[in-house]
Design a protein. Structure first.
Length: 186
């Protein structure tokens, strides 16, 4: 394994690999890990820098400036506007989202069956088996209620009041091995 730090614009860099994975966030890191475990050589490319813990910003403004894409102003629109939280740092969004892990909700597979004619039961069973493995490898545990934060509590309250949806009864989970319950989840 090798590491090459930031390269200035215009500087040439060559590396031979079977696969190039763009983005070191939860999705990219998971894919790079699976490919490498399968024996492939992998080049994992990240736009943002590596940061040692002591070099993380200590204020909201510093985090928005140094870690978030577009100062955290990305939005998506569905039934409501919802922020798209992306980071530019090694670790991607996992560096700014309290290491939250979200299992694919059951009703998504129902939608895939109804709307797209896919075998939702097979997809659910297969994907959840992979998610079980990832959750075990990442030491994922439930976020303690006291650490969930006001916004998560309000989102769940609203979903429960509306009679369901994906947040009703939902709990938040996160990578736990090194956290020491120092942070809060949203």
């Amino acid at each position: 394994m090798s590491h090459v730090a930031f390269q200035p614009k215009g500087q040439q860099f060559e590396y031979q690999a079977d696969y190039v994975v763009v983005g070191s966030g939860p999705g990219g890191a998971t894919m790079a890990n699976a490919l490498a475990r399968g024996g492939a050589s992998v080049c994992l490319v990240e736009a943002g820098p590596w940061r040692d813990p002591e070099h993380y910003p200590h204020s909201t403004f510093g985090a928005l400036r140094d870690l978030f894409d577009d100062y955290g102003n990305g939005l998506t629109r569905g039934r409501a506007f919802w922020p798209v939280v992306q980071a530019s740092a090694v670790g991607g969004a996992s560096t700014i989202n309290s290491a939250i892990c979200v299992r694919t909700p059951a009703d998504v597979f129902d939608e895939w069956t109804t709307d797209h004619g896919l075998d939702g039961d097979l997809l659910r069973d297969t994907l959840w088996a992979h998610q079980d493995t990832l959750e075990q490898e990442l030491s994922v545990t439930e976020v303690p209620p006291a650490s969930r934060g006001l916004f998560n509590r309000l989102a769940k309250q609203g979903a429960d009041a509306l009679g369901g949806g994906r947040l009703a009864g939902d709990q938040r989970y996160r990578y736990r091995r090194e956290l020491r319950n120092a942070g809060w989840a949203g």
